[in-house]
Design a protein around this ligand. Structure first.
Ligand code: ADP
Ligand code: MG
Length: 358
């Protein structure tokens, strides 16, 4: 879907290895990489090629040992702090490291779905009119996978999207009508049904491959991108998760947002006897600013061990707006040699260590 092409140097950056190793992997794995038709005939890697190599490497010459599966929700009670950006980029980084990754867009604003190249707003007819490929149209979402969905639930394979090929991160997309799932869960609750644990039950059955409609036992990591509203879907995702990843803007004061999140988690423990463990990531970092230092030290003393060491700088490399016309893949794929991509790779690794996955 994305037409991005990489030279071998960029491929090496993406796979965090040397140019020689990339050449060797290509030969040994038998991945079909096109060559420039005129001129020096250099190799031209597609995004699919890169993920195929990453997946082959994990199976044949693993650089990491995956010890556990994990479910995480990227959530913060505020919008615009980088949740979706982080979810999309981390999904790519985890896949590049060789983890089988599933991302679930649980925000009906569907920004993550958009950043993976889909256009949630349009119908098949409109796509035809606008000459947009049908593969970019979204017809189903997470709600269709939940038992009790009006009109009957669907099978995972009929909802799942693979924007970067089979070896890249997989996506359960979203569109506006996902909002309906919240209404359904609310009605369930009014009827006295245990709606809060419905999503958690689905995820845990799916992971243990007990569910023929929703078998996610093959994935190493499942990432929910949640809406900033603490609606029933978000709560369901949090109750399904081992960890909540909360981006914290270091540019503005964030203590209120963090203490609110931590009270949400405390309520969850009171009501359900469980809650995901909190991991905070400093985003929009501006080094050498006094206020940033005071924020960081405040957060680290109030929530010991929760804040990651690696922070993501405010960077012009991130797109200001997502537009349907000019779809760029997530930044780690669009600008693999940039500083921001390097920071996200580091963040990804620190998170996996913290979650004791590797
Ligand atoms: N470190 C950063 N530096 C600059 N811009 C960023 C950074 N992180 C995110 N952004 C931008 O901020 C905007 C909001 O990010 P987004 O991930 O959609 O937030 P959320 O999901 O929390 O609402 C996007 O335009 C994104 O490109
Ligand atoms: Mg978002």
């Amino acid at each position: 879907m994305f037409k991005t092409i990489y030279k071998v140097q960029a491929a090496a950056k993406l796979l965090e290895t040397t140019v020689d190793s990339v050449r060797r992997y290509v030969d040994e794995a038998g991945v079909k990489v096109a060559r420039q038709t005129n001129g020096p005939k250099t190799r031209q890697f597609t995004i699919e090629n890169i993920f195929d190599i990453a997946s082959w490497r994990q199976e044949n010459k693993p650089k990491i040992k995956i010890k556990k599966k994990r479910v995480i929700t990227v959530y913060a009670p505020k919008g615009g702090v980088g949740k979706t950006t982080l979810a999309a980029n981390l999904a790519c980084v985890f896949s590049l490291m060789g983890l089988k990754t599933l991302v679930i867009d649980l925000d009906f604003q569907a920004n993550l779905t958009l950043s993976f190249g889909y256009d949630s707003e349009i119908t098949d007819e409109e796509a035809e009119e606008l000459e947009i490929p049908f593969e970019r149209v979204v017809k189903h979402h997470f709600g269709h996978l939940v038992p009790g969905w009006p009109g009957g639930r669907m099978k995972l394979e009929d909802v799942l999207k693979m924007p970067f090929g089979a070896s890249g991160p997989h996506l359960i997309p979203s569109d506006l009508t996902l909002d309906r799932l919240d209404t359904i869960l609310t009605y369930d609750a009014l009827e006295g049904k245990k709606s809060d644990l419905k999503i958690a039950a689905l995820i845990s059955e799916g992971l243990s491959s007990k569910n023929e409609y929703f078998n996610i036992s093959n994935y190493d990591i499942v990432i929910f991108d949640a809406a900033p509203a603490k609606n029933r879907m978000t709560r369901g995702a949090l109750l399904s998760s081992d960890y909540v990843l909360a981006p914290v803007s270091l540019e503005r004061y964030s203590t209120k947002a963090v203490s609110y999140l931590s009270s949400v988690l405390q309520d969850m423990r009171d009501d359900f006897g469980r809650s995901p463990e909190m991991i905070m990531i400093g985003n929009f970092h501006l080094p050498n600013r006094l206020r940033v230092y005071s924020q960081v030290s405040k957060l680290s003393s109030e929530y010991p061990g929760s804040l990651l060491n690696v922070m993501i700088h405010r960077s012009e490399e991130f797109p200001k707006t997502l537009s349907e016309e000019d779809v760029q893949p997530p930044l780690v794929l669009a600008k693999p040699t940039g500083t921001a991509a390097e920071q996200i790779h580091k963040v990804g690794k620190e998170i996996l260590h913290k979650m004791e996955m590797i």
